[in-house]
Design a protein around this ligand. Structure first.
Ligand SMILES: Nc1ncnc2c1ncn2[C@@H]1O[C@H](COP(=O)(O)OP(=O)(O)OP(=O)(O)O)[C@@H](O)[C@H]1O
Ligand SMILES: [Mg+2]
Length: 237
């Protein structure tokens, strides 16, 4: 359990999925059930690593947790509030200040500088002002990119791009960061550096982290490890 959760006595859940089932139609018209009652609870400030074989349904489960996909059945709660069944726009309004995302492919906007990419988070919330601008700069300094803030993404290395993406993800002080194989494209040393940056920033911001990774060593760096197999989630540490 994280320091934050311990200090607050009974830890409050920030993300909850209960009994999630998800079926997809296959090309021959039959239905394949990928998730068969998967449940997970992530507490405030807690970091959780989700592992599982390729195709097990990890990304599908994360998409359901973040409201991008609807479960066939089951319940999803953000900070105790049930969100499955809400309209896309209602979910989007809640999501903007609540969740940050880091993807394997970085997903920076290519026509914006590093700084503008980070600032974009606060623009989306309609909270872009002088304070936000200096916060974006501070975050880029915090991830070691002081000399790169005005670079376009194509001039940055993979590890640098991912550090910009992490700064962007925490810009709105989200309660939870969701990261789907954020180090999947990086060499070992760079990946470790990115992992440390991400965990450090989550700790400083008291943000929970939900991390999908294939890397056993990185999974061990989190507070809790869970495994997705046969459509269900098992806690392994
Ligand atoms: N929109 C869709 N329509 C049909 N099948 C889908 C759809 N999305 C995912 N699937 C199937 O669901 C299964 C789980 O996919 P998912 O991307 O969640 O796996 P994963 O655990 O994230 O794998 P990886 O580690 O390779 O990223 C796969 O067999 C995939 O083909
Ligand atoms: Mg995946």
């Amino acid at each position: 359990m994280s320091e934050n959760a311990e200090n607050s006595g009974a830890a409050a859940p920030v993300l909850e999925a209960a009994g999630i089932r998800k079926s997809f139609a296959s090309p021959d018209g039959s239905s394949i059930e990928i998730l068969k009652g998967a449940s997970l609870r992530v507490n405030e400030g807690e970091s959780v690593a989700l592992r599982g074989e390729s195709g097990a349904g990890k990304t599908t489960f994360m998409n359901i947790l973040s409201g991008f996909e609807n479960p066939t059945s089951g319940e999803v709660r953000w900070a105790g509030k049930r969100i499955d069944g809400l309209s896309n726009s209602a979910q989007a309004r809640l999501r903007a200040g609540f969740m940050g995302f880091v993807f394997q492919q970085y997903c920076l906007l290519p026509e914006l500088t590093a700084l503008e990419n980070v600032e974009l988070s606060s623009r989306i919330l309609g909270r872009f002002d002088r304070r936000a601008k200096s916060k974006a700069k501070e975050l880029l300094e915090r991830v070691g990119l002081k000399d790169r803030i005005n670079y376009m993404p194509y001039k940055l290395s993979g590890g640098e791009k991912q550090r910009v993406a992490i700064a962007r993800a925490v810009m709105n002080s989200p309660k939870v960061l969701l990261a789907d194989e954020p180090t999947g494209n990086l060499d070992e040393d760079t990946a470790k550096n990115v992992m440390e940056m991400m965990l450090g920033l989550c700790r400083e911001n008291k943000a929970a982290l939900m991390l999908i990774t294939h890397n056993i060593d990185f999974a061990k760096m989190t507070d809790k490890e869970v495994f997705l197999s046969q459509g269900e989630i098992t806690e392994i540490r």
